[in-house]
Design a protein around this ligand. Sequence first.
Ligand code: MG
Length: 387
Amino acid sequence: MEQRRKLAVLGSTGSIGRQTLDIALEYPTLFEVHVLVANRSAELLIEQALRHKPRHVVIASEDLYRQVAQALSGTGIEVHTGSDIISTLVALPEVDTVVTAMVGYSGLASTIAAIKADKKIALANKETLVVAGELINRLLMRSQSVIYPVDSEHGAFYQCLVGEESENVSKLILTASGGPFRTMSKEQLATVTKTDALRHPNWSMGAKITIDSATMMNKGFEMIEAKWLYGISQDNIEIVVHPQSIVHSMVEFVDGSVKAQLGLPDMHLPIRYALGLPGRLASNSHRMTIADYASLTFEKPDFDKFPLLTTAYDAARRGGNVPCVMNAANEIAVAAFLQDKIGFNDIYNTIEKTMAWAPFIASPGYDDYVATNAESRAYAESLINTH
Ligand code: MG
């Protein structure tokens, strides 16, 4: 038997992590799980470890270490804690592919470690590219590492771009479901609750990204993610609302032709594609019946109702540490909204105020990103606490 590819799954207990493990089980002759990393979901991590028998398990929260270590004692699985060890484990020579599915800024350090160790990266942690896309691309140029996007839209771009020359691409058309509040008025948005926001019409995802979808910050992030993945200016990336989430994105070429990639809104598909590259993994997964979708509709996004779209374009244009500030403030604001500390529209206000306050750094290095993230989070926290 050909040697199986060893996976390190960072964020294994989250939505993308769990679906990645589904795919590993679907192709037991192709993949084996070597490293599992979770932040706080100890019980699910233990269950995953007993099923997948990785060599290493990390529970990042140190207060949960004993629980995990005791449950896995005698299995031969090494149990670690803290976040520093993650960068060491992703760089292990036997690891082939690192799936980065942790939430938010926390993905940055381990993604950089994986790049420096020349690993294949299945990137689900889009915030890494939002925060530090320029640095990531610089590191990629000096490395054998490749990034395969797990995000459904970016997987769609990837598929549309196969076989094309980059100079023939004129525009990326990024589709958005519009989230749960697409048809609400601006006034109605002021009073929506977290329960309303967590009810996404098409995609089943983690809490943080579901709120990011409701504000459309997620689409702003994905625009910046696409900019760095495909080397396209933000001015040539257009966002279009497509409520059915069947067209996962499109690419327009210099001759006016447009390619689209279609599929059911199921994250197993883009994960399977990212893990299968450069080939495709055959699957008996549920097939789309195109006739069931008699009408696929498209509309321009409402920048007035979802002002974070404009914020994201501004941040991309200004560059430097500005997207890092935006991301940090968003993480704090979304967490506060999920704890009922602020209202829905305060997410935007917190981000704008933090961006107006933060000192600008034109060409940040890694340490500048670390400092910008910490300072912006503290400032955003102070806004919420005086709210
Ligand atoms: Mg997406």
